[in-house]
Write a protein that binds this ligand. Structure first.
Ligand code: DAH
Length: 337
């Protein structure tokens, strides 16, 4: 049998041009490359061919196969693509993408505070938000029915404390109960920070929220000194607010530390004129009565502790004047940080 390869090529090319669907493509492929297709028929004809024709027929079959494969690959990128409103989709165009979210400013601030202390060797531990009176008060030397409890006004839950009959569980009003929990479970030396949410039944305004965040710090060994606490917090403030920060330690009272202090930073440095000094944290040497409450032997250990409000730190650092902004989830506010 004689093959007119020229004609077959022309025919195949015309058919390929007319392909307009994946189905038509498959029909075309089978017609030429299938088991019973044209290429196979050409090869099959080799058996009965004259010896002088065999080389030309073999070459013709191979060339035809390559030609058809080429037609298919050229066509297939267009044919398999779906059509929308009669238009072809350009799959090479870059996508439009969704707007990316990012870490909330409070989380960022918390992570920044944690990173500074972890860089100084502190370990981060989270403790429960639902607490007992023992951890939130008694263990911290805030006796039951003592007026100092008022300073840490508290949300009580409708649930009895399983460890203390007749007493209700509560939402912790500060992160200091974390100190009590950790000291009950671990022996000194220790250097820990406890970040997390705290709750107080305050009316919401520009500087109050019923829920906010604190980071607590506690270091206990057998020789901790107030001067070390001072050095540590000074270095923390430099790293957090920048090297120019000016701070002062002002004597204060907390039941769980003795002596106690509050730390203020100079507002002018931060570009806030409202007030000269702004309080940023409470601190002091762990009161021996707290060591007693957690069962440490009398006189064996010394320690210091501190606690700071995360919202307050962020407000001072970034010049935010209303605490409610943190919780409203207004993207125009959030995307600035
Ligand atoms: N718990 C205190 C508060 O919420 C802050 C505080 C003061 C924590 C002194 C401390 C500390 O660890 O030593 O106001």
């Amino acid at each position: 049998m004689q093959w007119n390869f020229q004609e077959i090529h022309t025919q195949a090319q015309a058919e390929a041009q007319a392909i307009d669907s994946p189905q038509a493509m498959e029909v075309f492929r089978l017609k030429y490359l299938g088991k019973k297709g044209v290429v196979a028929a050409v090869f099959a004809s080799l058996g009965g061919a004259l010896p002088t024709d065999k080389a030309a027929i073999g070459k013709g079959a191979n060339d035809l196969r390559s030609f058809v494969e080429q037609l298919i690959s050229e066509k297939s990128s267009n044919v398999s693509v779906p059509k929308i409103f009669g238009e072809q989709v350009d799959t090479s165009l870059p996508g439009t993408g969704e707007p990316l979210g990012h870490t909330h400013i409070l989380t960022q601030t918390m992570q920044e505070i944690i990173a500074v202390f972890e860089g100084m060797g502190f370990v981060t531990i989270e403790t429960p938000e639902v607490e007992t009176e023992f951890h939130n008060f008694t263990g911290l030397n805030i006796p039951i029915d003592h007026p100092s409890r008022d300073a840490f006004d508290t949300f009580y839950l409708d649930a009895e404390d399983p460890s203390s009959k007749g007493r209700r569980l509560l939402l912790r009003s500060h992160t200091s109960p974390g100190q009590v929990r950790i000291m009950k479970q671990h022996k000194p030396p220790m250097a820990v920070i406890v970040p997390g949410r705290v709750y107080r039944p305050d009316a919401v305004d520009a500087s109050h929220s019923f829920m906010f965040h604190q980071v607590e710090g506690l270091l206990v060994d057998d020789k901790a000194q107030f001067s070390e606490l001072k050095g540590l917090l000074t270095e923390f403030c430099r790293r957090f607010f920048g090297p120019k920060v000016i701070m002062r330690f002002r004597p204060h009272f907390f039941p769980f530390t003795e002596p106690s202090a509050e730390v203020d930073i100079n507002a002018e440095i931060l570009g806030i004129q409202r007030k000269k000094w702004l309080e940023i944290l409470g601190c002091g040497m762990v009161n021996p009565k707290v060591f007693e409450q957690v069962g440490y032997p009398k006189g064996k250990y010394k320690g210091f502790a501190f606690g700071m409000g995360v919202e307050r730190m962020a407000m001072l650092k970034y010049g935010i004047n209303d605490i409610r902004l943190f919780y409203e989830n207004d993207v125009r506010f959030l995307k600035q940080f």
